[in-house]
Ligand binder design. Sequence first.
Ligand code: ATP
Length: 364
Amino acid sequence: MQITKEAILKSLSKVQDPDLKRDLVSLGMIQNIQIASDQVSFKVVLTTPACPLKEVIKNNCLEELESDFGTGIKWDIHMTSQVTTVRDATPVLPQVKNIIAIASGKGGVGKSTTSVNLAVSLAELGAKVGLIDADISGPSIPTMFNVEGEQPAVKKEGDKNVIIPVTQYGVKLMSIGFLTPTDSAVVWRGPMASSALRQFISDVDWGELDYLLIDLPPGTSDIHLTMVQTVPVTGAVIVTTPQKVALADANKGLSMFRQPQINVPILGVIENMAYFTPEELPENKYYLFGKEGGRKLAEKYEVPFLGEVPIVQSIRESGDTGYPAVLKKGVTQDAYMELAETVARQVAIRNASDKKTEIVEIKA
Ligand SMILES: Nc1ncnc2c1ncn2[C@@H]1O[C@H](COP(=O)(O)OP(=O)(O)OP(=O)(O)O)[C@@H](O)[C@H]1O
C-alpha cells in the first residue's frame, strides 16, 4: 500500500482505545503525521496523563501499520496526552477542564485525606490540578498541605478583587480554613459557607486546570446545592469505609447526585480504610470494618469501583504533618497513584459520552 496520510489514518482507524471503545482516528487522537521516504512520525494524543494503557495502544498501532505497510518503515510514534473536557462552552471557569466533587455520606471516612492524595497524585502524573476545601465541618486541607496560617494574596483585575490560590506540592488550593484563624471557634452557617464556595469558584484566579477537585462536607447540605447551582460539575466521587453504618449514608450521598434535578454523573466509589495493614508486612490484611462494602455499593448502583486504600498508620501521620502519603515511596504511594489513574480514566470515559452537565436551577 502506498504511504499517504489517508492510508495511515485508515490503518490506524482499526485501533481502538480500550477504555473509550472507539477508534483512535474518530476520537481525534492521531495528530501531526509527517511522512519522509522510509520514516513516518505521528502523535497519539491520549486522554489521561500517564495512561496505563499507553504501551498497549502503541503496540496495537504498530501491529496494524506493519500489517498494512510491511516492516520496511521506521514508525516514530510519540505518545502524549491532553485531558479532555465537556466544559468548553461554559461561562463559569472556562479554563477548567473538569470539576470533580468528592463526597461522602458520613464524616470521618477519610474524604479529605483521599482528596488531598488524589490531587497530589494527579499533579505528580503531570496534570494541572486545583483543590477547593469546602468542608465547613472541619476544613483540614491547610493542615494536610502544611500551609496552615497562610493567607491567599489578592490582586486587582479592573475593579474586581481576584484571589490568588495558595500553591503547595504542585496543587493550587483554596480553603475555608484560610478565611478563619486556625484556633478560632467560628461556626460557619450554611449561607456564609455557600457564599464562600461561590467566591472560591468565581473570584479565584485558577488559570488553566485539568482537574479542579471540590472536597465537600459529609452528607448532603446547602453546600452541595450551591456547588451544583454555581458550576456544571463533571462528576462525583463517593468515598466510603466498608462498614454497614457508613454504607447506609453513602447510599444517600450517591442517590442525591442521581436525583433527576441534580443529575451529576457518578465517576465511582472509593473504599477507604478497606483493611488494616502493617506497612512492613503489606501482605497481611485485616478486614476490621468488613470486606468489600464499597465494591458492593458500586455494584448495587452500577457505577465504577475506583479502588481501595488500606488503613496505614503513615497515612494518618502524613495528614497530621502536612506531607501527603502519596509523596513517600511504599504501599500507600502505589495505592494512591493507581487510584488517580483510575479516576482520570473514568473522567475521560465520562467525557467521551459527550453529555454536558448543566447548572442546576432549583425552584424554592
Ligand atoms: N487510609 C487511611 N489510613 C489511616 N488513617 C486514615 C486513612 N484515611 C483517613 N485517615 C485518618 O482518619 C481521620 C479522618 O480522615 P479525614 O479528615 O480525611 O476524614 P473526612 O471524611 O474528610 O472527615 P470530615 O469530612 O468529617 O472532616 C484523619 O485523622 C486521617 O488522617
